[in-house]
Structures are given as structure tokens and as C-alpha cells.
Design a protein around this ligand. Structure first.
Ligand SMILES: *Cc1c(COP(=O)(O)O)cnc(C)c1O
Ligand SMILES: [Zn+2]
Length: 421
């Protein structure tokens, strides 16, 4: 695999984080013919029957398709070993015959960031890094902190002092990271991190190409669970857009390897108050940063670092980009919950987005649609509690019973209602 500039194409050194010529983001280009499709499928089947972490990890199982790192010294928590769920309620809500959720929130720290962090921290550890640093709206921090702890590396996190989920901060503190709150937002934190010297501290935001290599395996995990049947659409939330670029890359590589025969279309969904990518997709031109505003904090990003990479992937996949408002995200999250599937608000932008795309006639009811759930419900329980405390469309509240008779009467009422249903 060759590391080069994703904008101007010139080869890059492993020491730098940005292109020396144009400042663009770096990316790995796969070498030709590493392994044939039939041999790879057989190898993957074998590994799924193994008890070794690196075989069961939904990242390292694909190690032939990752940058060259010593497979005996990987930093893993068995990430990306995640389910694909059906969801009838969500399908009906969006106007689809059927829908499936790839739940990346079922990762070790509760978000898809783990798939990238296992590779970024393995690389950091193997190059002798002592300190890893990131800017975060919460999930990147928690993930980096866990993998840094496993690697014996000091984690340093820059987070906005206000407006990020308390559960995510608590989790990050638990894993022993140094958490530095800043008065600005995520975009300000990332701008600071980008100025640091990558030879002194390992920078593990999604501008780090090792992160993208790890995250691209989510495309393989999805396809493998579908016996390499390609869906019509993959729908995911977009913030900094690293994950959009990773999924696109994963699907393109699967196509080049002969594992699949076409690309799925990709729909990226942004929150209306943080939608510079949706705007530029519709209007053309360059990305114009915005002051991000949304209660879906994981996608509260006004200047997405990976917008160029993501734009190339969305175009290659004949995809689209839309924005949905916070109220639509909130209701969609509750609907997903009614199917017994818990996700955080940013994740639910996917279902809200599909509903809008079905209404617009872009996605048809009979299309084969996979929604990416990026984070777990327990990542932001305060959000869920607030939703149910408000007069929301799918609000549900605790019923305080007066006494034993009242309690039994209510149970009887519920049993009777269900018996008649
Ligand atoms: C990081 C994150 C996103 C946004 O992903 P990008 O790669 O920044 O576009 C969406 N949802 C959750 C839960 C996340 O943690
Ligand atoms: Zn360049």
C-alpha cells in the first residue's frame, strides 16, 4: 500500500499528516492483486471460526487489505464485530418495505470510531509514540482513550467545554485520558490539533489516514454479512465526513477486488444546523464553513476536514447529500428505539434522511436500504430522557403508581390490551 496525497497524488512520507506540496489529506492506495476474491472469502470464513481476537475483530480479519503493520503487535478490543438488524417500525416510518441497520454503536466503546482507532493506535504504538491527541465532540475521545490505554500511550483530548454529552466525557475520564476543555467548538479544537507536530504527538483525528483504513472495513463487515450482496443504498450521518470517505473507499476496494460487482449508492445526511456539505453538494463550489448548531452533538461540525474525499466518494457512488432538522432526528431516534435498537441522536439522522428521500422519490419503497447507526443509545442518555420528558411524538414516561391495587390494575389493563391485539 502506498501513502499519497488524496488531492494532488504525489507520494507522501509516513511522518507527515498533510501533503507537503498542497496541504491535502493523505490516503492509502491499495497495491495491485494482494489476494484473489475466492481466496479472501475462504480466509475470512476460516477466521470467523477462530477464537483469536485479531481474527474475530471486524477490522483485523481483513488485515491483508490494511496498511502493513506487525499483526503480532496490534492494539485491539475486538472492534467491528457488529450486527446487521432488521427494523420493521423504522421501515414503515420511512415509507420503505424493509430496512436494515448496521449497528456500529455495538463497538467496544459504543461508536464506529473504534474501527479507525484500533489501526491508528496500532500504528502509533509501532512507531514508538508516547502521546496520542485528538479533537473530539466526545466519541473520538472515548475511543482514543480506550485504545491508548491498551497501548500504554498517554491520551490527550481537546473537547468543547460545553455542549458535549456527559456520558462520553465520563467514559473518556474512566479510560485515563487527560481531558482538556476549550472555550471554542469542535472546529476550533481541530484547528489547534492540526497545528501540532505529528512527529511529537500522534494525531488521531480522521485526517489520519490510518483511521480511514480501519473504518473502511465497516463496508466489508456489511457486505460479508449479506454474503456480498450489494444494497441499493447505504445511508449514514455526516459530520467531519471521515466515515463517508471510509465507506466509499471500502466499497470501491471491494469492487476492485472482485468481491462485489457494483457500488451501492451512498446518501449522506447532515443536521440542518451543521450542513455545509449538503449545501455545497447542491450548490457546487468549495465548502463554506458554518457555525454549527444541532443537538446531535456527534455531527455538530461546521468545517468538515474530509469534505473533498467525501465528495469524490459520493460522486463515485452516484449518491446524494441532504440535511434534516433536529426535530426529525429526535423522532427518528425514538422510532428506532421502538424496534428495540438503541442509538444516539446523530445516528438517527440516517432514518430521518431516508424518510425525506423516500418522500422526494429519490429512494423507492422497494429499494434495499442499509442505515448506518454510528453510536449507542447509552452515549447520550440525557438526550433520550429530555425527549421523553417533552411532549414529543413518541414520548414515553414513567407512570408512578399510588398503591398495590393501582399497580395491579395497570398491569391488568396492559395485559388485557395486548390480549385483544
Ligand atoms: C463521529 C460520529 C459521526 C460523524 O462521523 P464523521 O466521520 O465525522 O462524518 C456520526 N455519528 C457518531 C455517533 C459519531 O461518533
Ligand atoms: Zn497534495
Amino acid at each position: 500500500m502506498e501513502l499519497g496525497c488524496s488531492d494532488c497524488g504525489i507520494p507522501a512520507s509516513d511522518e507527515a499528516l498533510f501533503c507537503a506540496a498542497c496541504g491535502g489529506l493523505l490516503a492509502f492506495e491499495p497495491g495491485a492483486g494482494v489476494i484473489g476474491a475466492a481466496a479472501l472469502r475462504a480466509l475470512l470464513r476460516e477466521r470467523r471460526a477462530s477464537n483469536e481476537h485479531r481474527d474475530r475483530s471486524g477490522v483485523w480479519r481483513y488485515r491483508e487489505l490494511l496498511p502493513a503493520l506487525d499483526p503480532e503487535r496490534i492494539v485491539t478490543l475486538r472492534e467491528n464485530d457488529v450486527p446487521l438488524y432488521g427494523g420493521r417500525g423504522g421501515a414503515a416510518y420511512a415509507g420503505l418495505d424493509d430496512v436494515a441497520y448496521l449497528h456500529l454503536g455495538m463497538n467496544p466503546t459504543g461508536s464506529f470510531k473504534d474501527a479507525g482507532m484500533t489501526v491508528a493506535l496500532t500504528h502509533a504504538a509501532q512507531t514508538g509514540a508516547r502521546v496520542a491527541i485528538c479533537a473530539s465532540t466526545g466519541n473520538t475521545a472515548a475511543s482514543m482513550a480506550a485504545y491508548a490505554a491498551r497501548a500504554g500511550i498517554q491520551a490527550v483530548v481537546l473537547v468543547p467545554s460545553t455542549g458535549i454529552s456527559e456520558s462520553k466525557v465520563a467514559q473518556t475520564l474512566d479510560y485515563g485520558a487527560a481531558v482538556l476543555g476549550i472555550p471554542g467548538d469542535f472546529d476550533a479544537a481541530l484547528a489547534t490539533v492540526r497545528e501540532l507536530d505529528p512527529r511529537r504527538v500522534a494525531i488521531v483525528n480522521s485526517v489520519n489516514p490510518y483511521r480511514i483504513e480501519g473504518q473502511k472495513t465497516a463496508a466489508f463487515v456489511l457486505l460479508e454479512q449479506r454474503a456480498w450482496r450489494v444494497p441499493d443504498w447505504l445511508v449514514l450521518p455526516g459530520g467531519n465526513l471521515g466515515n463517508t470517505s471510509a465507506f466509499g473507499k471500502g466499497f470501491r476496494e471491494a469492487l476492485a477486488l472482485g468481491l462485489i460487482d457494483r457500488l451501492p449508492r451512498i446518501a449522506v445526511v447532515q443536521a440542518a444546523g451543521a450542513a455545509p456539505f449538503a449545501r455545497l453538494f447542491a450548490a457546487g463550489g468549495d465548502m463554506i464553513p458554518v457555525k454549527a448548531q444541532t443537538t446531535a452533538t456527534a455531527i455538530k461540525i461546521g468545517a468538515p476536514a474530509s469534505w473533498k474525499k467525501a465528495l469524490r466518494e459520493v460522486r463515485a457512488a452516484n449518491g446524494t447529500v441532504i440535511a434534516v432538522d433536529d426535530a426529525a432526528i429526535a423522532d427518528a431516534r425514538a422510532v428506532i428505539g421502538r424496534d428495540g435498537i438503541g442509538c444516539e441522536p446523530a445516528s438517527a439522522a440516517s432514518l430521518a434522511g431516508v424518510k425525506a428521500l423516500v418522500a422526494d422519490g429519490v429512494i423507492r419503497a422497494s429499494d434495499d436500504v442499509v442505515l448506518v447507526l454510528t453510536g449507542h443509545v447509552l452515549k447520550d442518555t440525557a438526550y433520550a430522557a429530555a425527549y421523553h420528558a417533552a411532549p414529543s411524538a413518541f414520548a414515553n414516561t414513567i407512570v408512578h403508581t399510588r398503591d398495590r391495587a393501582d399497580l395491579l390494575a395497570r398491569i391488568d389493563e396492559l395485559a388485557t390490551a395486548r390480549a385483544g391485539a
